[in-house]
Design a protein around this ligand. Sequence first.
Ligand SMILES: *Cc1c(COP(=O)(O)O)cnc(C)c1O
Length: 290
Amino acid sequence: MNYINSPIEKIKFRNTDIYLKRDDLLDKDFSGNKARKFYYYLINDLENIEKIISFGSAQANSLYSLSVLGKIRNLDIDFYVNHISSYLKENPHGNYKAALENGVNIIEDENFDFEKYELKKNEILIEEGARVQEAQFGIKVLAQEIDAWAKKNDIKNLKIFLPSGTGTTALFLQKNLEFEVLTVACVGGSEYLKKQFFHLESEEKYHPKIVEMPKKYHFGKLYKEFYEIYNELLETTKIEFDLLYDPLGFLSMQNYLEMNENSDEVLYIHQGGILGNESMKPRYERKFNK
Ligand SMILES: *Cc1c(COP(=O)(O)O)cnc(C)c1O
């Protein structure tokens, strides 16, 4: 992973100039925030570990990134999912397909409970979405890159925006940066996100600020304003953003900037996840096109 591959660019978003950290470009196969979170496992000696156990949804970005990690490090990956739809089984695509091709054992088990899983001595378990302390290792590198860039460009007042799932990336970023980190809960609402922060860090002063939205959004559901902002960004910046997290990321950033006028510079982090659009895009097209 090389920071030269994740430049910071300037884009215009609805008349505001913002900086964009291109973590989507880190590497062709190992990119976005999952690459940051799994960086620890990529470069450290894992001693006698031969297998990683993890779990999540059958279309998770983390499933694909784990599959790449497994390939590079020559590790077996057992990935448990509660349910795989018959449509996906018959028409593999997106993260699911790529992970299968990379040799992940995707195990359907509706009763899988990671807390009851008995680890063998050559196995490690990584919680869903890499919600683990080891994630800090790679996210700290991201924080250092942002810090070095800000110093070089003499930027003293900066606000950093990124949308959250487990909140792991936002939390460890805030812990390792002086600048304020702002985020929005894409999964389970603000209270769930706050709990996730406490799960990883008991000191509240290290928690990012959670931006509240006037409307409740449910993870994975289709919203017209999400599809519109995705298309608008694609047209105006020529950059593809993820359809699950980034629309809410941009909407919450816009809300915040409208309600809190100040002269701070703004940096948004593109956390990758584009392969996941392979399953989201057709759903949006069926629902909203023509
Ligand atoms: C996983 C993911 C997130 C959420 O990251 P957390 O660290 O779980 O908050 C956001 N955006 C994209 C594109 C992701 O793949």
